[in-house]
Write a new protein. Structure first.
Length: 318
């Protein structure tokens, strides 16, 4: 049995800005050539779904909704008047007539817009979302429109189930075809330890990761970090601190259940940590370099003795 599958993704804006600044001429090429060049960067999930589905007889397509030059090229080639990012994407889905669509970044779309896709693309049998990052009540509303969610976080399905959201665990994997593009790189180690990834602050994100990097930086190793360290940016730190103190006081008094009985109480209940941010150790500050993406990231890891990773805080202990 075969079917038509489309994966809709968005790439980091920082990566796209870097990519187009390094490949100015690519914008003049056809949609097909632009897509191939972009996928050659091996960024994120790249075209790995299509790359593995096609040999199985599945007709698979990859759409990068926020790669504007790429999307505008598609619109020109298909006689579509260029509108918003979502307008072009909806035209693509209507033309491709997929049976299944996977939205890798459902945070970018409202539940109403996903429902619009379902209504205007009658070929659709399943619309799937992906979530492996902290989410809000508003996001849960959006997720409920999908037929089901996929997640790499083993704790999320039980949480989603409370809200009537069907979900399945799909673990991350490594795309083995990347190795053929690394074989020519010299095997000499240029660093003892390398970390590549996000470092921004925020509840549920990377507090444990930043603490770990600070500790590794103090070991006296040749340590290289490729990323941008962004600090906590709460507009009202005094209000957050007051909510944290109130949360602790109510919890210690054994009255935590009262927090769930009002809207303000629920917000206070979510403040599990005081405001602030982990300080950057002196040795770590000197190790931080500009971010690396895709194939450049894999090459940096290949040329290190140890490639270090630390999962997002929301992953818990699983």
């Amino acid at each position: 049995m075969t079917y038509r599958f489309v994966k809709v993704t968005t790439f980091y804006p920082e990566f796209l800005s870097w990519y187009y600044s390094q490949n100015i001429d690519v914008c003049t090429k056809s949609y097909e050539d632009q897509l191939q060049a972009l996928m050659r960067q091996e960024f994120g999930w790249s075209d790995y779904f299509a790359r593995n589905f096609l040999p199985l007889g599945v007709e698979a397509y990859e759409l990068v909704a926020n790669a504007l030059p790429l999307q505008q090229a598609w619109a020109r080639q298909h006689g579509v008047r260029v509108g918003s990012e979502r307008d072009i994407l909806l035209h693509q889905l209507k033309r491709l007539k997929p049976d299944v669509v996977l939205f890798e970044d459902p945070f970018q779309y409202s539940g109403e817009w996903i429902q619009l896709v379902k209504d205007q693309v009658p070929s659709l049998k399943q619309v799937i979302g992906w979530c492996c990052a902290p989410y809000t009540d508003d996001h849960l509303h959006r997720f409920s429109v999908f037929d089901y969610m996929l997640t790499c976080n083993v704790g999320f399905p039980s949480l989603f189930k409370r809200y009537g959201i069907k979900s399945y665990v799909m673990h991350h994997a490594f795309e083995p075809t990347i190795l053929s593009r690394l074989s020519h790189v010299a095997a000499t180690n240029v660093a003892d330890v390398v970390f590549v990834g996000s470092l921004h602050d925020g509840e549920g994100f990377y507090s444990a990761r930043r603490q770990l990097l600070n500790e590794v930086a103090n070991l006296g190793l040749n340590f290289q970090v490729f990323g941008v360290w962004t600090k906590h940016s709460s507009r009202y730190p005094w209000l957050r601190r007051a909510a944290f103190v109130a949360n602790r006081a109510v919890t210690v008094a054994g009255l935590a259940g009262l927090l769930g009985k009002s809207a303000i109480g629920k917000k206070i209940g979510k403040v599990q940590e005081p405001p602030g941010t982990t300080k950057v150790a002196k040795h770590l500050a000197s190790a931080i370099q500009a971010p690396l993406y895709g194939i450049a990231m894999f090459r940096a890891i290949q040329q290190s003795a140890i490639g270090l990773n630390s999962h997002i805080d929301a992953a818990g202990r699983a």
